[in-house]
Design a binder for this molecule. Structure first.
Ligand code: AQP
Length: 330
């Protein structure tokens, strides 16, 4: 039997190779076996200050990136979160069973509110993981492919699903996170102790899927390395080169052992040159496809309309059950 899969990305920027390796690349693979929903979570993107015109452009951009990365709308349901209002409705209902203490422990909230000043952080940023739980539970999702940073949020979705089921009777499927062995957490090219992030202020920290070849080359050649030489995978002792090797592994399909053997007698400079070319070879065709999808907005919108209609039907059927269990309405 096919599992139901749900995952999403915030349209807060163009997407970087961390989003690609940690999420999109897995999605393209998983859609071959399962029934998948891939969402552009624009309502999550407004939990931090944003510009409305830019947000709307980025929704189109992220849709084009999904398709260019191999999401097939014939196999998967691709849609925009705010066009299915049942997400926010279920988010509110789940807020009534989520606990403040649970949300206060979320590390992403702590990181993001620290950046903008905790007292000024929006209630939406605080409640973000509850809306994410709604996104997941609405579709009877059993598998959630995510990067490591989202693990805590998926755990909360599991807690809320169990609590709801205990209180109101069996309603929600308990979802499982799906994390890959290498690449669940691609780190910044400038600081291997923090994850590669769209909102990193350092312009050399992330390689975006829309970066031109010379920009990719520059960012990789300027990536920080470890004090000890040698192309050896050791995430603890050599975090910078291990991060670069993880990217290389995903761009070429070579195992860590094969990479170590190929660069046994070479230095960081040679490895970075090879990595830059591998990223360009992999990302270049994706970048060209992104542009192709953006050049045909009518077709892109048709895909998103069809995805929305399919998601709406499933979400409303589930909400009828949820409202009824909670005693809402007449
Ligand atoms: N560095 C990463 N390595 C591996 N996976 C990653 N993901 C994000 N960063 C990495 C995964 O990408 C998916 C979408 O993430 P998101 O858009 O929901 O937001 P995020 O996790 O908050 O990503 P960013 O890049 O850090 O965005 P901003 O700066 O806007 O907050 C998720 O599956 C995530 O795990």
């Amino acid at each position: 039997m096919k599992d139901i899969v749900f995952s999403g990305v915030q349209p807060t920027h163009s997407l970087h190779i961390g989003n690609y390796i940690g999420a999109l690349k897995q999605w393209a693979h998983i859609q071959q076996q399962h029934h998948c929903y891939f969402c552009i979570v624009d309502e999550h993107a407004i939990t931090v200050p944003h510009d409305p015109t830019t947000l709307r452009q980025r929704i189109q951009l992220v849709a084009a990136i999904y398709l260019a990365a191999g999401i097939d709308p014939k196999k998967s349901i691709l849609f925009v979160q705010s066009e299915v209002p049942q997400h926010t409705e279920l988010g509110w209902l789940l807020m009534t069973i989520a606990k403040m203490g649970e949300l206060e422990r979320m590390t992403q909230y702590k990181d993001k509110s620290r950046k903008g000043g905790a007292s000024g952080a929006s209630l939406g940023l605080f409640g973000y993981p509850v809306l994410m739980a709604a996104d997941i539970l609405l579709y009877d999702t059993s598998i959630v492919p995510v990067g490591e940073d989202q693990l805590q949020h998926v755990e909360l979705a599991r807690v809320l699903a169990r609590r709801f089921n205990e209180r109101y009777g069996d309603t929600f499927v308990i979802p499982q996170p799906l994390i890959q062995q290498f690449g669940a957490r691609i780190m910044s090219l400038q600081d291997p102790s923090v994850k590669m992030s769209k909102s990193d202020e350092h312009e050399m920290a992330a390689v975006f899927l829309t970066d031109e070849d010379d920009v990719i080359r520059k960012k990789i050649m300027r990536a920080v390395t470890d004090s000890e030489a040698g192309i050896v995978y050791d995430a603890e002792k050599k975090p910078a080169v291990s991060n670069l090797m993880t990217i290389y592994h995903h761009m070429t399909g070579q195992t860590m052992k094969e990479i170590e053997a190929a660069f046994d007698d070479k230095g960081y400079g040679d490895f970075k040159k090879a990595l830059a070319e591998a990223v360009i070879t992999h990302v270049g065709p994706i970048r060209a496809k992104i542009q192709g999808y953006l050049d045909d907005p009518t077709e892109l919108n048709k895909t998103l309309d069809a995805g929305r209609d399919k998601a709406l039907a499933v979400a409303e059927a589930k909400m009828k059950i949820v409202r009824n269990k909670m005693g809402l309405g007449r």
